[in-house]
Design a protein around this ligand. Structure first.
Ligand code: EPZ
Length: 417
């Protein structure tokens, strides 16, 4: 299994381009199942999760054509299997996003339950409850969701909790339902908006994406379209924190600052100087960061997918930072690994008190999930000596060419096969 070897102590400076967003690309690729025509997607990130989903879409019967520029044509003119098998779903829980589109388009779907995850139980009960409200008959058998519906019908659905993929699955299903669906307490994430924009380009009638109430007027069919995947705001945030921790000076291009308000506020609070243009963000840090307090919550509040990275920043910051995780019940797996690098962190319930130290010491550590592994890379960039990070397949799921990009701005990162 691959590992990363990172020599700490190098100040980051220079420019890198941000890739397309994993969490926008995944639902948007599933939207191709809603139409018999071609959906053309540009700015698709080259990630392991994207490849996993392409394998699943191919299994279902989707024609897939990739071009050398990173664009892709997806066409679901016919279906081979109305099924998402366990061996694919278990490697990537976002596979659940084929459920709504397949059921809406074909009237039936068999999708493996995702099962548990390192960061929490992550049930999909709200996805199922919403589809049942739209008239679907759903049974759970042998670990599979078996869903049937002649044609889904519009409904008013109030979701108990804000769920990103739940909102996306139901919004996609509602596009082909008879009548109008109102999704209350919807997720407002920018990736939900990007999906809605793609669906509207395919002929869907959607209002209110980006607010907590989304209204979808069902239509009989959707047509082909072209869509450019939005930039990855979490990848952007991760590199900005890396620069802040190394007291660096970087510029990120092909990104969007308007999706990162909460993150940029915290970076400014830690002492960073930030300048934004419509498609670029520059950050300079001239001194050791100041410790910050944060509390994760649904968008537009502070994203849980940036919690681990800011915990790494607090490990070397001036002062004590309080980090509270409210979305996932088990998202502090990186703490034990950071303590191996010499970090001082006390956990009480869903809050971690991080006592900043002037330095960290290199060691061998293990990645446990995608964002935890990113935080270990950040900690290794400032640790004294060479750190080895094991199980980096987690990183390849969500960061395109991370060692090339970091080395481009002055880091010393090696992939060890
Ligand atoms: C999406 O996951 C993202 N994944 C996650 O990013 C992200 O952490 C999360 O949203 C929160 O922002 C993708 O977009 C592919 P949720 P999702 O449903 O949709 C509970 C990354 O690092 N819940 O919004 O699966 C759930 O347990 C990944 O890129 C139910 O109880 O998250 C959690 O506590 C990790 N029942 C909360 O809601 C349900 O039916 C929010 O989860 C659904 C969710």
């Amino acid at each position: 299994m691959d590992k990363l070897a990172i020599q700490g102590g190098h100040r980051l400076s220079g420019e890198i381009r941000i890739s397309g967003a994993k969490n926008a690309a995944l639902p948007i690729m599933c939207a191709a199942l809603l139409s018999a025509d071609t959906l053309r997607l540009d700015n698709l990130p080259k990630l392991r999760d994207i490849s996993t989903l392409l394998t699943l879409l191919g299994h279902i019967g989707c024609d897939i054509n990739l071009d050398e520029k990173g664009g892709i044509d997806l066409q679901a003119s016919q279906f081979k299997h109305l099924e998402a098998p366990y061996n694919l779903v278990k490697t990537m829980r976002a596979s659940i996003l084929v459920l709504g589109p397949m059921l809406a388009r074909c009237g039936e779907a068999k999708v493996s339950l995702p099962g548990g995850c390192a960061i929490g139980a992550r049930p999909v009960d709200l996805h199922i409850k919403g589809l049942q409200a739209m008239g679907a008959e759903i049974e759970i058998e042998h670990g599979y969701i078996l869903a049937k519906a002649k044609r889904l019908r519009g409904a008013r659905i109030v979701m108990d909790m804000v769920t990103v993929t739940g909102t996306e699955n139901l919004m996609m299903a509602a596009t082909l339902a008879s009548g109008t669906t109102v999704l209350e307490n919807s997720a407002r994430e920018p990736e939900v908006i990007d999906l809605a924009q793609c669906l509207i380009a395919m002929g869907a009638r959607i209002e209110g994406a980006g607010t907590d109430t989304i209204t979808v007027h069902g239509v009989d069919r959707l047509h082909g379209a072209q869509h450019r995947i939005m930039p990855d705001r979490i990848e952007t945030g991760t590199y900005l924190v890396a620069a802040a921790m190394t007291q660096g000076d970087i510029r990120l291009t092909d990104t969007r600052s308007d999706t990162l308000d909460a993150v940029l506020d915290k970076l400014r609070e830690s002492g960073a100087r930030i300048a934004c243009t419509p498609d670029s963000i520059s950050l300079q840090m001239h001194h050791r960061p100041q410790a910050i307090n944060l509390r994760t919550a649904p968008y537009p509040a502070f994203p849980t997918d940036m919690q681990a990275q800011f915990m790494a920043l607090n490990c070397i910051a001036n002062g004590v930072g309080r980090v509270t995780e409210t979305i996932f019940e088990n998202r502090f797996m990186h703490v034990q690994e950071m303590q191996r690098l010499g970090a001082h962190i006390d956990i009480e319930g869903n809050t971690a008190m991080v006592h900043g130290s002037a330095s960290l010491q290199a060691a061998t550590v293990m990645a446990t999930d995608l964002r935890a592994s990113a935080s270990l890379v950040l900690a290794a960039l400032v640790a004294e000596g060479e750190t080895t990070i094991e199980r980096i397949y987690h990183i390849d799921r969500g960061y395109e060419c991370i060692e090339e990009k970091l080395n481009q701005i002055g880091a010393q990162v090696r992939r060890v096969h």
